[in-house]
Write a protein of this length. Structure first.
Length: 428
């Protein structure tokens, strides 16, 4: 046997053995991750991840080599599996060393091409499928729309809750300020009902003012106010009514429910004329409860009141006026007609009490209301009283509630300078 034939024979044996080994390796490496063998071999191995990656790479290598030309396959096995040199490969195949290098270059190129195709085949098979592209786009659009709708809904819910919370906060604050104003300017009055209409960070509140008339509460007016960061603009179209002609009758006003607004006369002002509704009260028939404002002849402290036992719910008119205000009242008396020179009900400030002997709690509450009210005049009144004890405050008059006999009996007291009738209800 010649040397060439001997080498060819050896090469054939080597190739066949290499193929057997390669096939055997390929089969051994295909192990499912769910296979118990996988966990037996790799579960306790610190290098599990590199081992799995090696298995996967070997499988892909075997698949790639199986797809290239036989001559390229043999060259690659001799060079990289058997690790022969170019010279040794040329000697085995009876080819020049330069030719071996050229063929191996082409073999590597084909291997690279097949390798890439194998890697891309797992996830790019559908990349140019027009139907699937359209389906993917449609699916993406649907997800986007759903996302936008959900986000918009969440934003709407958050904004709605935030707007409600902010509006509720400002509504509560506005109510406290308005109710304080009503309690200060309406003897035994308070806000009995509110209905809010909210907008953006604010709204409008419609409210009713009621007055306790000993036997029952009566709604005397309805009004509205705005609140919030962006309060609505309100326009009043009238409030109550007035009666009287200059020089002939008192120019008082009527409430919305038809009651007269009471008139007050400051003891330190010398009026041309004082109102006295004794004759009017006597002329009213039937069993009634009367509301009457009684102005004193001078300011009295709590301990100096000469009046006997007063009816329950007596309202005390407190001197909150400065010397400059009293001077203004006196100038008005001099300059204007007597029929318009008096202090209107809303300008007289005070508080209600069930006892004339203990006014501490009611007075402290009165000071709190002066601070809470939205009126600047009330804030000034608080400054006038700030630091004064209840025993030091001056009482300018009272508003009493009772039957005709009870009211007329109090009106006979010598300290009563003026009497102004307010509300009237049936005594039942």
């Amino acid at each position: 046997m010649s040397s060439y034939k001997a080498l060819s024979y050896i090469f054939s044996i080597a190739m066949n053995e290499s193929k057997k080994v390669l096939k055997k390796k390929g089969k051994e490496q295909v192990i499912s991750i769910n296979d118990d063998r996988f966990w037996n071999i790799y579960a306790n191995d610190h290098d599990t991840e590199p081992s799995v990656l090696t298995i996967e790479m070997n499988n892909e290598t075997v698949q790639t080599i199986s797809q290239i030309q036989e001559v390229y396959k043999q060259l690659l096995l001799l060079k990289y599996e058997l690790e022969l040199s170019y010279k040794e490969i040329g000697l085995l195949l009876g080819m020049k060393e330069g030719t071996i290098k050229t063929y191996l270059f082409r073999a590597r190129k084909e291997f690279q091409k097949k390798w890439r195709n194998l890697l891309m085949s797992d996830y790019t098979g559908d990349i140019f499928d027009e139907k699937k592209i359209k389906k993917a786009i449609k699916k993406g659009k649907t997800k986007s729309i759903i996302t936008i709708v959900l986000v918009s809904f969440l934003v709407f819910v958050v904004l709605t809750i935030s707007n409600f919370a902010i509006s509720a906060y400002f509504s509560k604050k506005a109510f406290e300020r308005r109710d304080a104003y009503v309690r200060l300017t309406t003897p035994n009055g308070y806000i009995s009902e509110t209905i809010d209409s909210t907008g953006i960070l604010g709204g409008i509140s419609n409210y009713k003012v009621s007055k306790d008339m000993k036997r029952k509460a009566v709604v005397i007016e309805q009004n509205q106010y705005s609140f919030g960061l962006f309060p609505s603009t309100l326009m009043s179209r009238g409030h109550g009514g007035s009666i009287g002609v200059t020089g002939e009758d008192w120019q008082f006003q009527y409430k919305e429910n038809g009651w007269r607004e009471m008139m007050f006369f400051h003891p330190n002002v010398s009026y041309k004329k004082y109102n006295n509704d004794e004759e009017l009260i006597n002329s009213i028939e039937g069993d009634k409860i009367y509301e009457v404002a009684l102005s004193f002849d001078k300011p009295y402290k709590q301990s100096e009141l000469p009046v006997g036992e007063l009816p329950k719910m007596t309202w005390f008119w407190i001197n909150t006026y400065t010397d400059s205000q009293i001077e203004t009242f006196q100038e008005e008396v001099t300059e204007y007609d007597w029929s318009a020179t008096f202090i209107r009900e809303r300008e007289a400030l005070g508080f209600s009490a069930h006892s004339t002997t203990r006014l501490d709690y009611e007075y402290n509450r009165f000071l709190e209301l002066l601070q809470t009210s939205f009126s600047r005049d009330h804030h000034k009144a608080f400054s006038t009283l700030d630091g004064k004890k209840v025993k030091d405050i001056e009482i300018l008059g009272i508003v009493v509630y009772g039957t005709k006999e009870q009211i007329l009996e109090i009106m006979e007291e010598p300290i009563i300078k003026a009497a102004s009738l307010g509300g009237i209800i049936d005594n039942y």
